[in-house]
Design a protein around this ligand. Sequence first.
Ligand code: S3P
Length: 434
Amino acid sequence: MIYHKAGPLKGEITVPGDKSISHRAVMFGALAEGRSEVSNFLQGADCLSTIQCFRQLGIEITNQPKSRTVTIHGKGLHGLTRPKETLDVGNSGTTMRLISGILSGQNFTTTITGDASIRKRPMGRIMSPLRMMGADIESIGNNDCAPLLINGKIINHQSLNGIHYYSPVASAQVKSCVLLAGLYADGETTVTEPSLSRDHTERMLRQFGATVHSNGNTATVLPNPCLTGRKIVVPGDISSAAYFIAAGLLVPNSEILIKNVGINPTRDGIIHVCKQMGANIRLENVVDHGGEPVADIVVKHSELHGTKVNGNIIPTLIDEIPVIAVLACFAKGETIIKDASELKVKESNRIDTMVENLSKMGADIVATEDGMIIRGGKPLHGAIIDSKFDHRIAMSFAVASLMAEGNTKILDSECVNISYPDFYTDLRNLYKGA
Ligand code: S3P
């Protein structure tokens, strides 16, 4: 994929369904009794991996990619059956970590693996709380990474133990894994995090009929609920909208309307940071869709200034930090991103990948222990970008290239299929139609 300076961006765009919500809709639909219908389901490779895993676990799921509708014929909390083969989550950390919580409570053994990136990502963070609950889970290579072997607890007619887990990291994947295992426990299960991570699991489990209490950074689930199939409308993914927000702010004379975006307060950090940087950005038509707030976002080109991004806001924009780094390159003054060491264990090490590639384009950026420091205002030039097969890196550099002199080539750019298969077409249409 080769990109160069372009713009302005004008018009309207609807981004695909939220990745986190799409995953959960399939998982909870599978554990519910009866039919669940999910509309605006994200047709990205990660969510398709979740569908494939639950099909292997004996759940009938139909997917109509054109209408983006998925129907799940759930069999209840104890309806999953032993897969004949190893489950493969592909590139999806969410699938791997959440499903491990569910599999710990079954009456069969499962092996689960994923691609080269997944097999390097830390799974000790879920194995440790699951073991506290009495789960039998091991890393086959003995390195706290996938492949994992999980012997379901009720093989021996036992259940998991309800625990209060104090997570050392603010991670929705860890929290959700423990809460899902908690559905199969003998008492209530509580997770307290250092900062509140995205709460889609808590919101959606409640919609399916589970008892879930949230209090600040603590969430509690009661075991053995009777979950009932339902309709779910997936809002647009704010993490996908972030690239258009950034492009609209950066490219002179742009004005775009991004329709139907999920603005859950545990996900909307990007909007706060853009406003802090002086962005002209406005929310319209705020409504509630099945427990998730949704809005249209209007973005106009703006002169930005540097800012500080750290503390409790980090989990609410963790996936948007790569594109925030791009924004910071064009903002006046210094931007400091701290408390974000979680970036090192994403699909790539996103601190190193951003610093390496933005430096190649001429940016003034340095990596720190837990983030980066960017001095904005240096003009960027085209370069060859190594995306490291990381979808969010590829999309961030497509945005950077719109502002750079000369051509930018993004290697392995097709990795956007993970979360946004039509990304390049949608981006091009916004400036072609201008
Ligand atoms: C996700 C949680 C986040 C995020 C990932 C999706 C989820 O990971 O980076 O893209 O759906 O729960 P962590 O919870 O590990 O921070």
